[in-house]
Design a protein around this ligand. Structure first.
Ligand SMILES: *Cc1c(COP(=O)(O)O)cnc(C)c1O
Length: 388
């Protein structure tokens, strides 16, 4: 019998042969959108900190002020539900125009806990083909029948909904902004289909907060946002999930919806019940970041403006979000392109299977309010020189 390590080594070697091997690289985050790894400094185009709020002095101060203790010390249902958590939940609900919100330890935990609490055996989940891995994991954990519709394809979703009657409940899963493609879901159309077929809709807003209409339905009526069609009615049958770890620059996840939904999740979502609550300092940071984002419209627009500048300079379809993919094909092509840009001082991670489908390996650019217009121009020059 081969030893454990021998078996694992063989599997790792397979990944190496396919250029799919992954490694952790210590990375320091520097000011102004720069990072340092392996002793070199790069301008970072692979961060989800879209507004630079992880470095905002007021956010740091809020975290520091809450540092009389370093951890929550218990799960939220025991003694870990610090008043900061209650405040943040109320502010998230207000931002999303819902009755209530529940904070989870991360977006990953929010998705697996919520999906598996809402549906189970005898129920149907219909998920967009490009839904994030943690929605897929939640679906699998739930034991419900799991079907996927072609990306943003309402006709296909409609076809799958025709079988809905054979099931007790039906949950539709999508993302507001798709994490690896940067395009947006037609939420209004999905919501209409959901209502017609008596299905619930859960949207993952990990990359949309502060950017699309769906994020702040009340405040951003006037347009100028990524997606006019993306506004969700804050009614009971919509479950709005998101993360504190990206645009808010902190850590954690949340679900916004009706008070009944939140009460139900408090009682049933295992990933919220059997885990320690978030440290108060990170919650205070997220709350401060949210209040900055909600009050500063300039800041909210900066990442998308940079992305649109980038796509217009390169003659690409207009960016719908701060995420712009450049699909190159095989993993080795994406890795080579990433290395070339690194040599020019730009960090753009190559995204490979299983994160994206086979033969769609890509560079994924994400733009931040920390970038400057001249940075975008320099990046485009480097792309023109190195990638055809
Ligand atoms: C990052 C991400 C998550 C997970 O959020 P974390 O807070 O990082 O765990 C969930 N859904 C999508 C679409 C994401 O991109």
């Amino acid at each position: 019998m081969p030893a454990l390590d021998e078996i694992l080594q063989a599997q790792l070697q397979q990944r190496k042969d396919q250029q799919l091997y992954r490694q952790l690289v210590p990375t320091e985050i520097l000011p102004d959108g720069y990072i340092r790894r392996n002793g070199k400094t790069y301008l970072n185009f692979s961060s989800n900190d879209y507004f630079g709020l992880s470095q905002h002095p007021d956010v740091i101060a809020a975290a520091r002020d809450a540092l009389s203790i370093s951890g929550a010390g218990a799960s939220a249902l025991v003694t870990g539900y610090h008043p900061y958590l209650e405040t943040l939940a109320a502010n998230l609900a207000k931002a999303k125009n819902t009755e209530a919100a529940l904070i989870f330890g991360s977006g990953y935990l929010a998705n697996i806990g919520t999906i598996s609490a809402l549906v189970g055996k005898g129920d149907l989940i219909l998920a967009d083909k490009l839904c994030h891995a943690c929605m897929v994991d939640g679906a699998q954990l739930s034991g419900a029948t799991f079907r996927r519709f072609r990306h943003n394809d309402m006709e296909h979703l409609g076809q799958l909904l025709a079988e809905r009657k054979q099931y007790r409940h039906c949950l539709i899963l999508t993302e507001t902004v798709f994490s690896m493609d940067g395009d947006c879901a037609p939420l209004a159309a999905i919501q209409k289909l959901a209502q017609r077929h008596d299905a619930w809709l859960m949207s993952d807003d990990a990359h949309g907060l502060g950017i699309t209409d769906s994020s702040f339905p009340r405040k951003r009526e006037s347009g100028a946002n990524a997606l006019k069609d993306s506004r969700l009615r804050g009614d009971d049958d919509v479950i709005q999930m998101g993360t504190l770890s990206k645009g808010l620059g902190a850590y954690g996840g949340y679900v916004c919806g009706s008070q009944t939904l939140v009460d139900y999740l408090v009682n049933t979502a295992r990933s919220a019940i059997f885990t320690t609550a978030l440290p108060p300092s990170i919650v205070a940071a997220a709350d401060k970041a949210l209040s900055i984002l909600m009050s500063d419209t300039e800041l909210g627009r900066a990442p998308l403006n940079h992305a649109r500048h980038f796509t217009s300079l390169l003659g690409l379809p207009e960016a719908q979000s701060p995420i712009v993919p450049l699909v190159l094909g095989e993993a080795e092509q994406a890795i080579a392109a990433s290395k070339q840009l690194a040599e020019e001082g730009f960090w753009v991670s190559a995204i490979r299977p299983p994160t994206v489908p086979a033969s769609t390996s890509r560079l994924r650019f994400s733009f931040s309010a920390l970038h400057k217009t001249v940075d975008i121009k320099r990046l485009v020059t480097a792309i023109r020189k190195n990638i055809d």
